[in-house]
Unconditional design. Structure first.
Length: 494
């Protein structure tokens, strides 16, 4: 039964108020007033399409090593990948500590590339392979543009297997047509979009239904049998229009989450699919489709184990974990839309020594330290000589993963003197359950929030950008574990 065995999702904690954007731009773009409702997800300065995809994949894989060891392929899909000529899926695999023998690929070039990647993974699963698909999107838009309000940042991930007990794959339909609704050249920073009515009437309405009909025919499912219909679009009511054309029940049309997150490009179809799976009951039919130089459609049936397969966080958790952001200037700075004075402390060369990165890749990208086979003492970084007291054994270190370990803040600083994209610069000594300590940056916090004993979790983030050479350096940071904090508060209340 080929299908989805597990899934996960991620959206940044920051949610930019659309009203704040509209008010700030009212003097130059009063026509944006109609888009002032709700909020959109906003990536922190140290997040991009890849870091969000890693977090969604961690949500799908869970904390057990066995699940990762079983992965035989990894696909990363995005139209906003950080590297054009460095395999982003390879960074994803390293961050997740997947086996080096896996097959890997990047998929890009269209807003439907997330569903295309999922379809390719399902084909691989039919031949017996277990594949991870991660889709992330961080789309930039010009200031004071409608896209700035419509877009959002998010990611979704799926584990596809020959025995996908969570959701059985039933059928796929594809239409390929070079209908250009928008485009972005190789040297361009922003999309160039065409007229909305043309996109809607000549593009979506004519190209999406054939793909959906082909998928339903392949699945042997009548349109009226669909229980969850997922179709992302910045055009309000587009899903309902397609449903009426196709004979899908109106109550099956899923909320696009536009009011809470915006539209996350290639990641949004997969994100809506993940949300539908979280709420689907065994036996229900889930249809997801997305438009982009044609259309892609996939049909699934929720399995009997879908309830036990739901991720720890998922879309529901991502929606709940939010912090309102009304500072529009912060959004502009985080997205390099304004040139600001970073000061002399930012004047440094961020060149990465690629030799050092490669030799220490599991420690840097995977946060893998060492554990002494003789004493059980764990440490980071891993060294030839153990730090075990009174037993400095040599060459006894075995790999030890820290990324999924519970941790807390031992000591910290909130530094306004060093350069930071989001001052103050929080960092501190983090101690891990089971032993080991690492000095790490602390992210996703506000001044006054960090304190000794604060429960934290590890998150994969951007460490530095080498703007001179176009290289992004990644590492792990600590972020407040708000689920653990809530559990402690609830226990104290009892």
């Amino acid at each position: 039964m080929v299908g989805i065995a597990a899934w996960g999702a991620y959206a940044p904690r920051l949610r930019l108020s659309r009203k704040a954007v509209v008010v700030a731009n009212a003097w130059i773009a009063p026509g944006l007033a109609g888009k002032a409702k709700g909020e959109r997800s906003m990536a922190n300065w140290d997040e991009d399409a890849l870091t969000m995809a890693v977090e969604a994949a961690r949500d799908a894989l869970g904390v057990e090593d066995e699940g990762r060891a079983a992965i035989e392929g990894a696909i990363f899909a995005s139209t906003t990948a950080p590297f054009a000529d460095r395999q982003n899926a390879g960074i994803l695999a390293a961050a997740l500590t997947l086996e080096p023998t896996i097959a890997s690929a990047d998929v890009t070039g269209s807003q439907r590339c997330g569903l295309t990647a999922l379809g390719q993974a399902l084909d691989a699963a039919a031949s017996g392979r277990r594949v991870l698909v991660a889709v992330g999107e961080h789309r930039r838009a010009r200031a004071a543009s409608p896209q700035e309000l419509d877009f959002g940042d998010a990611a979704a991930a799926f584990v596809v297997s020959p025995d996908g007990a969570a959701a059985e794959f039933l059928g796929r339909g594809t239409v390929t047509d070079d209908f250009v609704d928008h485009f972005r050249g190789a040297d361009a920073a922003f999309d160039y979009a065409w007229e909305e009515r043309w996109i809607r009437d000549e593009g979506i309405v004519k190209l999406v239904p054939p793909a959906i009909r082909a998928a339903l025919d392949a699945a042997g499912v009548d349109a009226a049998q669909v229980d969850h219909f997922c179709f992302p679009s910045t055009f309000a009511g587009m899903g309902a229009t397609l449903a009426k054309t196709l004979g899908i029940r109106p109550d099956a049309v899923r909320d696009t989450l536009a009011a809470q997150l915006g539209e996350a490009g290639a990641a949004h179809g997969p994100l809506l699919l993940a949300h539908a799976l979280e709420e689907a009951q065994p036996g229900q039919i889930v249809l997801v489709a997305q438009f982009g130089q044609g259309a892609e459609a996939l049909v699934f049936r929720a399995g009997g184990e879908i309830g036990s397969s739901r991720p720890a966080r998922g879309v529901a958790g991502a929606l709940a974990d939010r912090q309102e952001e009304t500072n529009y200037l912060k959004f502009l700075v985080f997205n390099d839309l304004v040139e600001w004075d970073r000061g002399m402390r930012a004047e440094k060369d961020n060149k990465t020594a690629l030799t050092t990165l490669y030799r220490n890749r599991d420690q840097i990208l995977g946060l893998v330290g060492g554990r002494c086979r003789e004493t059980g003492v764990v440490q980071f970084p891993r060294t030839r000589i153990s730090v075990a007291p009174n037993n400095p054994a040599v060459d006894t270190q075995e790999p030890y993963r820290f990324a999924e370990r519970a941790a807390q803040v031992l000591t910290y600083s909130a530094d306004y003197l060093t350069f930071s994209m989001s001052p103050p610069n929080h960092y501190g000594m983090i101690v891990f359950e089971g032993g080991g300590r690492i000095m790490l940056d602390i992210t996703d916090v506000t001044p006054g929030e960090v304190e000794t004993g604060l429960p934290v979790k590890m998150v994969f983030r951007i460490k530095d950008r080498d703007e001179k050479r176009g290289f992004v350096r990644y590492f792990w940071k600590a972020a407040p574990d708000r689920a653990a904090m809530a559990a402690v508060t609830a226990q104290a209340a009892e």
